[in-house]
Design a protein around this ligand. Structure first.
Ligand SMILES: *Cc1c(COP(=O)(O)O)cnc(C)c1O
Length: 361
């Protein structure tokens, strides 16, 4: 097999070392003669694995003791419904920053279960997408929570400040940025993430929730989506997606071995800088996102001559640079460079871009 670099936005590439380990122990996990997906989630081995994976995630993110860590089903969008169902009543308000496709999706879902209000949106500054702080006067202190997405996967828009929400708990959709850089968990009410970008296979969602937000679920909340039920049952109220959970655990171990979130953030900064430098240095490539709001995980870029898009994509694919087509909402190209993408992959892309410009510019 030729080496390829997979820039897919999600499900995304996983660390090769993790995939090899999973392959090695696939049919004989822990010398039990079966795979991890063929055994009871209530057995000693699986429970041990589950506990260790939670502890590893707590260590990696320095999760304080007064937070629960939940392994749930239904990915990121499952949480678009679970959050309002768990921490607001049907006549309460939820506040939403809308900075791109995903945070927009969260509003309409929340509005089924509470009164969802948009309080801040992406604007244009110097002709590029820019996210301003929401107006303090827009933040109703009686709101149940303020939802935002610090890294918009489709649009490549990110910001590293927190909305100033007073006493209103912050809820962050970190599906495409969790574990990519250190954060202070204690500033958040809830952090959630679908797994398939930076954690593991799809199907799983990780939820980190402050204990003060438990016990508020609406009476109609399905039990398997209820944070309190999930916490009380160690994320095994119903059968969890065992293989996804196991693989997430391997990714957490890998991340620890690589030096943790600080070290991975250093690499992520370097990777993003390489790619944005290549875009900024040339008139052939452009970014539509303001330099203050550029994602380090998802880098959309356009050709000055969009008629060359198909050629760029097919030649890149032949060169082993896979899945660079931009999201259908945005067009152009997008390189997703999550934790598992090595710097060599980004370097190969940058080299390809320079050669493509030389031969087509
Ligand atoms: C991928 C993604 C989602 C949706 O995840 P699903 O698992 O497909 O529901 C939600 N939010 C963000 C920021 C994402 O990147």
């Amino acid at each position: 097999m030729n080496r390829v670099f997979n820039f897919s936005a999600g499900p995304a590439m996983l660390p090769p070392a993790v995939m090899l380990r999973a392959q090695n122990e696939l049919i004989n996990w822990r010398d039990g003669g079966t795979s991890v997906m063929e055994i009871s989630h209530r057995g000693k081995d699986f429970v041990e694995m589950a506990e260790k994976s939670e502890q590893d995630l707590r260590d990696l993110m320095a999760v304080p003791d007064d937070y629960k860590v939940l392994f749930m089903q239904g990915g990121g969008r499952g949480q678009f419904a679970a959050v309002p169902l768990n921490i607001s009543s049907s006549n309460e308000t939820s506040l939403h920053m809308v900075t791109g496709s995903w945070s927009k999706g969260a509003v309409s879902e929340a509005n089924k279960f509470n009164n969802a209000v948009v309080i801040g949106e992406t604007t244009q500054r110097e002709g590029k997408a820019f996210v301003p702080q929401p107006e303090p006067s827009d933040i109703d202190q009686r709101a149940a929570y303020l939802h935002f997405c610090p890294n918009e996967t489709v649009d490549g828009i990110a910001f590293d400040w927190l909305p100033e929400s007073g006493d209103v708990p912050l809820v962050a959709d970190m599906s495409s940025t969790i574990l990519s850089q250190p954060i202070d968990v204690s500033r958040y009410g809830i952090i959630y993430a679908g797994a398939q970008k930076n954690i593991g296979p799809s199907g799983l969602a990780v939820v980190i929730v402050h204990e003060s937000l438990l016990g508020k679920a609406q009476s109609v909340t399905p039990s398997f989506m209820d944070y309190t039920q999930t916490a009380d049952n160690n994320s095994m109220y119903n059968t969890p997606p065992t293989f996804s959970w196991y693989l997430a655990g391997l990714v957490f171990e890998w991340l620890k071995e690589e030096g943790g979130v600080e070290e991975i953030a250093r690499r992520n900064n370097h990777k993003a800088q390489l790619l944005y430098n290549a875009i900024d240095q040339s008139d052939f490539y452009r970014s539509q996102v303001h330099s203050a709001c550029r994602s380090k995980m998802n880098v959309p870029f356009q050709l000055a001559e969009p008629s060359l898009d198909d050629k760029f994509l097919s030649m890149a694919d032949e060169a082993g640079l896979k899945a660079l087509k931009g999201h259908r909402f945005v067009g152009g190209m997008r390189a997703s460079i999550y934790n598992a993408m090595p710097v060599e992959g980004v370097q190969a892309l940058v080299d390809f871009m320079s050669e493509f410009e030389r031969t087509h510019g």
